[in-house]
Design a protein around this ligand. Sequence first.
Ligand code: ADP
Ligand code: MG
Length: 708
Amino acid sequence: MADKGVTLRELKERPVTDLNGVTAKKVEPLRKIGVTSVLDLLTVYPRRYIDRSKQIAIDDLTVGEEGMILVTVSKVTTRRMRNRRSLVEVSVADETGSMRLVFFNQPWRSKQLSEGDEIIIFGRLDLYQGRNQMTNPIVDLVGDRTGRIVAVYPQSEIAGVQSWDLDSLVAEALRRVMKVRDFEDPVPEQIRDRYRLVDRSKAFHQIHRPDSMQEVAEARRRLVFDELLRIQLELVQRKIQLEKLTKGISHNASGVLTAKFHNELPYELTSAQKRVISEISEDLESHSPMHRLLQGDVGSGKTVVAVTALLSAVESGHQGAFMAPTEVLAEQHFSSISKLLESMEVKDNVSLLEQRPLRIELLTSNVSATHRRELLQKLSTGEIDIVVGTHALIQDEILFASLGVVVIDEQHRFGVDQRAALKEKQSDGVVPDVLVMTATPIPRTAAMTVYGDLDVSILDEMPPGRIPIETFWVKDEQEAWESIFEEVREGRQAYVVCPLIDESDSLSVRSVEETFSRLSKQVFPDLRVELLHGRIKTNEKNEIMEKFRTGNVDVLVATTVIEVGVDVPNATVMVVLDADRFGIAQLHQLRGRVGRGSSSSFCFLVGGAGTAIGEERLKALVETTDGFELAEVDLELRGEGTIMADRQKGRNDLRLASLRRDREWVEIAREVAIEMVTQDLDLVRHPDLKEEISVFLEDSDGEYLLKS
Ligand code: ADP
Ligand code: MG
């Protein structure tokens, strides 16, 4: 048997200063870019590669063409222009000719480049005052590196780390690892074979020192797989551990209450609702606590699903809690859920009568102190079956007689802390079943990574009979105002939303106020126009919402406070001003405030798009009303950073992997993780893998996976 190879843990423990190339002067710059260990160094991957076979000579390049050229610097001069910007001029030459490079506003170039340097430049050849010139070309300082493919590392001017610094250090590190023992490969050969993955030594070598772009691709696949596998192993492990180690309640999910509830609905459940309800029921009946995310677009009918789950708890002699993100929404949910449950009766164990009406209560900060005390009392004795409130329900010291099911609306940030809080809600330490709902879907593979510790259900079908919302992107708001006139004449209502970047941003509040005064005085002097934003007191806000709900307001001018949950079926026009300042998900949520009734609805996105991406966003909204499709577009446009940032703080292990590009690998990694963990929960048969998960996740990353 060969010696055991070098593990990532060993490389993590090996300070980068052990390398000969790391002089005292380089320690600090390296630290600045996050490199203190040899592992850190080896996971600084090349930003791109130069394929020297594509290189041409100055003489062969024609004016107007782009090309890559290896040149030698002969002179560097800096000038200040009249506008105080800097201009760096660099004369370069190769064997066939010479030319000038000009850099605008990159003063550091004069320090970066000096006479005699060999650099590779990429840019378009222009003619300026009769001389060959390139303006702001891409510059790679390759030093005397040879080989057909040259790796270019991320350079940091601020830290003072150059591509070639990293290149030579990486080379030394690789040489030392390979000379002794090679890398240990913790992924079983059988799995590597199945997915045609190169071994780890090859992967590290080829990503840094490839002989062809084909080799780069092979190496990347392997390293991407490793990154994703580590995350999935961690998530799947935690998920299965939680299921095994915590005690949950086995509910009766197919009793008379839920049956009666479904029978009395004025409509038939969609097949998606039926599927999701059965997924949830299975969880409810099992002994381990449910931790499920329900993704369903606005209007897909999540409430009925949630209420079904709450009823299962009640039916089984437990209580249910429904938590909304704001008090306004809690009140709204309370009124709609109460209505749905009007005729429900439950077994009464206290009185002599056999049945009593199901008791549902609202608990917000608006209830009086006496009433609150009474509610808390009844929650602790079990006299209340279902309580509706805000997320504060689990934070406050509220004791339940037996909390069986918790539904959390619009909060993706449900993690270990809250779970622990739930555990303390009851004396016996049994954990209730948790259903988290969101109307902001994210693509499947992204969900697997971000919410990989949850089970995910998807409501991907709209109740029948919905009239799709027509969306228009208009430069001129007049069109939108006309539509509002028409709809209000028909007895309908409208929203006008202004951007609010930050609640504390007084400028934006003023802009919603300005819009309000303009609309109420000039555009719609004869209509009932009201203003709603985050600075308005809760009581007043509720009053205005109530007036809008009951049809006593025609036009509601608002900030995004109305983004989630507001449900007024008579509202048929949504106008979003400066629409390009909102993200896709937000616009989709806003649009979802209309199209809730039986008449056609319209959405006007007003304003130009400042950027190409902004344009793509608005176009996507015009083209589709499907939230899942929009989520894909969003991921495509923004990258995963933003999605991950939601749940993930600190460094993450996704250095190469992209949730967009590597969707297929996310699924493969998940499959492999499930396969490995179900056979071997603690990964005792794969100690190296287990160890390396902790190496990568130890910097607070383990936390993010379950926490906020
Ligand atoms: P969500 O919370 O997912 O945005 P809701 O639960 O508020 O959606 O449902 C939106 C509307 O659709 C409600 O008015 C509800 O009564 C109605 N609805 C729900 N399920 C169905 C169904 N299967 N058929 C017809 N209408 C439905
Ligand atoms: Mg809802």
